[in-house]
Design a protein around this ligand. Structure first.
Ligand SMILES: Nc1nc2c(ncn2[C@@H]2O[C@H](COP(=O)(O)OP(=O)(O)OP(=O)(O)O)[C@@H](O)[C@H]2O)c(=O)[nH]1
Ligand SMILES: [Mg+2]
Length: 398
């Protein structure tokens, strides 16, 4: 049966419109353009992923491997720092894979100790197999109950009701109490463990992550010698449904402690509403942009400061680690964005890294096994979760 030409044209137009609509939803927003800043000024964000540009070592004073980094007491070049992993016995295989990568690309040159934390004792197998992969010291630490257990002021009936709603709203892991405990521990507990009392810097490592690039300088010395507090690789938006009252609670805290805010803070970055207005609106004024904290190289002195400690205690009492699903990533990021000098936060663009589904993959002959400049190997819409352009816009690429 012949179809009349106007009907065919209409059908074709509908198909074109449909593809255009789908493209609008899925197109990446990572590449950017000229936009207006909070005071009406013109801001140019990056035109292309900066990871496509050749990357070398960071500027500043760097310390390279030498006999001073030999394992054991001969390693006088090492500072007070550790590789740190919270991990379950069942994740041994994935932990070994992360260790292999980090030892190959970095730690076999520097031999920093590994410190493993668990809420139950590590098995002999876990200890034996992890020790095999490093010449460095390995420590196995049990988390004290009072650091891990759900705090006494949390009402478990309310927890169940609230998390059932979170689950309905698609918040991942909302009904796993251990996930809430883990987020709280990573937010405000890990650095209080007695085993870390004499340790200042840590590099957080999760099971099943990958490291792709040879790094030839001591990253902990880099932090110390260049006055850095926190280093990240990836910057993402969070799901607003997981943190609806985190920012309102933060504002209550700030009303009590206006003097805590650093004069060179990153408030613009925390409260940006230009790039993802819905996120800002649904998270009560917080952009939800955060440093993706499964990778962190940081100075624990900041978490141990009065400002951060008071902030954590305020949040802990408010209950959102359990009634909502506040993650350590937004909590750390807000703490840093408010109470630290933003120039002391460093993008480790030269450290090739992957935690499924995102990558930081620099353009450097030192990197193997990742695709330069590719943010994700997942679905196209994941590009929308990238908020690095905002950090670069408000704080630069230092
Ligand atoms: N010992 C212990 N470690 C845990 C527990 N829950 C989470 N972890 C660790 O905490 C870190 C973060 O947990 P993940 O389950 O990876 O959370 P996530 O990265 O948000 O989720 P994924 O995207 O699924 O990786 C990992 O290093 C886990 O091994 C727990 O109950 N006990
Ligand atoms: Mg993980």
């Amino acid at each position: 049966m012949a179809i009349a030409r106007p009907v065919r044209a209409l059908g074709l137009a509908a198909v074109v419109m449909w593809f255009f609509f789908i493209w609008q939803i899925l197109k990446p927003t990572g590449s950017s353009h000229i936009s207006l800043g909070p005071n009406g000024e013109t801001i140019k964000s990056f035109e292309r992923d900066p990871n496509l540009d050749p990357t070398g070592e960071p500027e500043g004073f760097l310390t390279y491997a030498s006999e001073e980094y030999a394992p054991g007491p001969a390693g006088t070049g090492r500072i007070n720092a550790t590789l740190l992993a919270l991990v379950r016995n069942e994740e041994l295989k994935d932990m070994l894979s992360s260790m292999r990568d980090l030892e190959r690309t970095w730690n076999h040159k520097f031999n920093y100790p590994w410190t493993f934390f668990n809420d139950v004792p590590f098995t002999e197998e876990f200890k034996r197999e992890t020790k095999k992969l490093t010449k460095a010291e390995c420590r196995y630490e049990l988390i004290p109950k009072e650091h891990w257990e759900v705090p006494s002021w949390i009402n478990m009936d309310l927890y169940k009701e609230s998390t059932a709603i979170l689950k309905e709203n698609g918040v991942q892991y909302a009904d796993m109490v251990s996930y809430h405990q883990m987020c709280r521990w990573n937010s405000g507990m890990f650095y209080k463990h007695p085993a870390l009392a004499n340790t200042q810097y840590y590099w957080r490592v999760e099971p099943k992550v990958h490291f792709f690039c040879d790094v030839d300088y001591d990253v902990f010395r880099y932090m110390q010698d260049n006055n850095k507090t926190y280093g990240f690789t990836i910057n993402l938006y969070d799901s607003p449904e997981s943190v609806p009252t985190l920012w309102p609670e933060t504002l209550k805290f700030l009303a009590e402690h206006p003097d805590y805010v650093h004069e060179n803070n990153a408030m613009d970055w925390l409260t940006d509403k230009l790039r993802r207005p819905f996120h800002n609106k649904n998270a009560g004024g917080y952009s939800t942009c955060h440093f993706w904290s499964n990778f962190e190289i940081a100075d624990m002195s900041f978490w141990r400061s009065k400002e951060y400690e008071d902030y954590f205690n305020h949040l802990d009492r408010a209950g959102g680690f359990f009634y909502e699903r506040w993650g350590d990533a937004p909590v750390h990021s807000i703490g840093l964005g408010l109470f630290e000098d933003k120039n002391r936060i460093h993008w480790f663009r030269d450290i090739g890294y992957q935690h499924i589904p995102f990558f930081n993959c620099p353009n450097s002959p030192k990197c193997k096994g990742c695709v330069t400049g590719r943010l994700t190997d997942g679905e196209a819409w994941l590009h929308r979760e990238d908020c690095r352009p905002n950090w670069f816009k408000y704080a630069g690429m230092g």
